[in-house]
Design a protein around this ligand. Sequence first.
Ligand SMILES: Cc1cc2nc3c(=O)[nH]c(=O)nc-3n(C[C@H](O)[C@H](O)[C@H](O)COP(=O)(O)OP(=O)(O)OC[C@H]3O[C@@H](n4cnc5c(N)ncnc54)[C@H](O)[C@@H]3O)c2cc1C
Length: 381
Amino acid sequence: MTIFDVIVVGLGTVGSATCMELGRRGLSVLGLDAYRPPHKMGSHHGESRSIRRAYLEGTAYVPMAQQAWQRWRRLESDTGTRLLTPTGNLTIGPGDAPAVQGFLASARRYDIPHELLTEADVRRRWPQLAIPDNFVAGLEVDAGVVAPEKALIAMLAEAEKAGVVMRFDERVTGWRDEGHHIRVKSSRGTYEAGRLLLSAGAGTKPLLGPLGKWLMPKRVPVHWVAPIQAHPFELGIWPVNFWQLPMKDKPGGYHERYALPVTRPHGRVKVAAHNQLEDCDPLRVARSVAPEEVTDIRSFMATYIPPLAACDIRSDVCLYTMTPDGDFVLGALSGQANVFTTALAGHGFKFAPVLGEIMADMLEDKEPAFGVSRFSPSRFD
Ligand SMILES: Cc1cc2nc3c(=O)[nH]c(=O)nc-3n(C[C@H](O)[C@H](O)[C@H](O)COP(=O)(O)OP(=O)(O)OC[C@H]3O[C@@H](n4cnc5c(N)ncnc54)[C@H](O)[C@@H]3O)c2cc1C
């Protein structure tokens, strides 16, 4: 039996990027996926992912976000595929909302070009948005959108070109550390490697059992809204807009909603909630969206994006793999020096090529270019 240097379980966002990087470095790698990415069963489908550098989730992410933009550009030139489109990004809420404060902290600390707009500024520039009087909006002009399906196709093609062995439609059902190597069992066979990366997104939880008790797969209803006039909502014209809205019944609590522009002719605006999401079993998640979930998003649009409120809506379901603190998990499992895992907490796509490099460094016992010890799974022990 071939003993691979590394087996990568899950060839989605992080798995495809890590395979590409490990293959380019000359390691022998086997990648396994339960489906054939890109597909609609995980976390990476849906035409668009926002990419921004004034990172409201924490200043620690900014250097990785800056590098990610360059890495996407490099992948575009390696593969001749257009992946990134600038369109701007607005972080909207009361001036003291954590999202606005986080945006400003990252922008100021790293000198990222930005503007802090009043409600009147926003109404003048994007009359599609109805911002309450007491809200502000942090604008990162150079932010944009990355195309996730095209990005996965590009990374998997590069991995294949670099000699990575990839098997699709093959679900991994278990793994065991046998001391001198790791044994991985799938629906079709058994494989061995020196090291294992579990990058199965929401599907990582069932593979980790009690070791992954802190992983929280979430069901994310995503709504596709057909604007009557598409032009004002098109990519390059309309910014990605993220809203942090104070809860009426819970002081200090916020509803989080966002909208992304139409990315193609006859396309739709994407609108979704970012928090207050249902826990789910990734193997049995309900893929249909209930009428009350559509009503919730319509009432958000009626107040904040009125031209979309009465438009036709189609909905589907995506998955987040949340962590207790909302930060990534990247690293070896406690007590398992040869088994690594990732969880991207609902905001990781933009970093994919950089995460591929970080995970490849870890799997090769090299120091990653970024300080990532805060993302270790051991923080939940
Ligand atoms: C609606 C939505 C909007 C988002 N918006 C943004 C955004 O704007 N910007 C941003 O940066 N991020 C965004 N994200 C988050 C980002 O898309 C995810 O963090 C990222 O895609 C997760 O990558 P992953 O590799 O962990 O999972 P995935 O890309 O889902 O890959 C996991 C892979 O593992 C496979 N798998 C699962 N179980 C098994 C098994 N047992 N055996 C073999 N294979 C298995 C799956 O088939 C899948 O291909 C969004 C996510 C969603 C759902």
